[in-house]
Write a protein that binds this ligand. Structure first.
Ligand code: NAP
Length: 311
């Protein structure tokens, strides 16, 4: 898998950190709110303007000091901004880009935080045409099952990986500045092809979310489910934490990356059928060997960051 680190020259010393006049955050939820707080802490922008679908979200972001000013539309927020962050569910990225297109200056840098990348690249090209060269697709491997600006944290990206999947049309300087932006927020940047990104995250993020949802659904909906759930302990809590994640966001991810997720699901179903067959046949030694291999792989897995709880 080609996971590349940007050239060392792209890393910005503190004195050379990019400075923006106006940061526009479109979608002031967990990721967008955290980006705004982190940007403020890093003195990345002189002014932070926010827009979200619900006016109550903009009000909450203002009241919490996450943004300096609320906008009535995405176009109003993005007009005059030199840094625009799209932090909305992935299916909303294309439509939002269409809404802001006419207000974009030709030097503005556009970033997103979407969990899938091939669809976002396609949507950006469709929505922006030639202006797509200003849009650098990004996926921070940071977050949680909690949604909303009330859970935003200035430290969310610290020490976390952010995968950039540049478009062929992105000039190097836009990719460099995008890298510097994330590094200023404490993140570690890697570069990947969008297709490779989507294959990898189907395996280690999207399929686990699908399985967690299906598992909780199966347990909760059986006749004695509610009473069983009252007895559940730490194992259930750890295994199912991500099943509390936002349904709209995850519907979008499963839809956007359906081919890769379904391929991973096939492999999972084969493995599960193998485990089941050993149980049905009473092959407990073989079952133990399968479990042992899985346990070893889990123990060998070196968590890239201290708290890997993000999609
Ligand atoms: P979130 O907390 O639910 O925030 C999303 C925000 O976008 C909300 O404020 C929401 O609306 C707003 N929004 C939705 N549709 C919109 C539209 N059409 N126009 C304007 N605003 C709109 O979700 P999140 O966890 O921050 O996720 C945002 C993005 O980050 C998603 O693309 C997701 O794939 C990606 N991501 C998430 C995680 C994670 O752990 N959560 C990790 C990595 C990447 P309201 O104004 O109605 O509140």
């Amino acid at each position: 898998m080609a996971l590349r680190t940007p050239p060392a020259a792209a890393a910005a010393p503190a004195a050379l950190r990019p400075q923006f006049q106006r940061l526009a955050v479109l979608g002031v939820g967990l990721l967008g709110g955290s980006f705004a707080l982190a940007a403020r802490r890093a003195s990345l922008a002189q002014e932070i303007v926010g827009y979200s679908k619900s006016p109550s979200t903009v009000q909450a972001a203002l009241a919490a000091g996450v943004i300096d000013r609320g906008a009535d539309s995405a176009l109003q927020a993005a007009t005059g901004a030199d840094l625009v962050l799209l932090a909305v569910p992935v299916a909303a990225i294309g439509p939002l880009l269409r809404q802001i297109r006419l207000g974009l200056s030709d030097s503005a840098l556009l970033l997103d935080v979407g969990s899938t990348k091939s669809d976002v690249a396609e949507a950006a090209q469709q929505a922006l045409g030639k202006l797509a060269l200003q849009f650098v697709p990004c996926h921070p491997i940071a977050g949680s099952e909690r949604s909303g600006v009330q859970h935003a944290q200035a430290t969310l990206f610290e020490g976390r990986r952010v995968v950039l999947t540049p478009l062929p049309s992105n000039p190097e300087r836009f990719v460099d500045v995008a890298t510097q932006v994330w590094e200023a927020l404490g993140a570690v940047v890697s570069l990947m092809e969008p297709g490779e990104h989507d294959a990898a995250f189907a395996a280690v993020s999207h399929l686990p979310h699908l399985l967690a949802y299906a598992f909780v659904y199966a347990v909760a909906r059986q006749p004695r489910g509610p009473s069983f759930l009252q007895l559940a302990g730490p194992g259930f809590r750890d295994f199912t934490r991500i099943a509390a994640s936002d349904p709209t966001m995850w519907r979008d991810v499963f839809q956007a990356n359906a081919t890769e997720v379904l391929q991973q699901l096939q492999g999972f179903k084969q493995a599960l059928a193998g485990f089941e067959a050993q149980m049905r046949q009473g092959n407990w030694q073989v079952l133990e060997s399968l479990i042992r291999q899985a346990s070893q792989s889990r123990q060998d897995w070196a968590s890239p960051t201290p708290a890997d709880d993000a999609p």
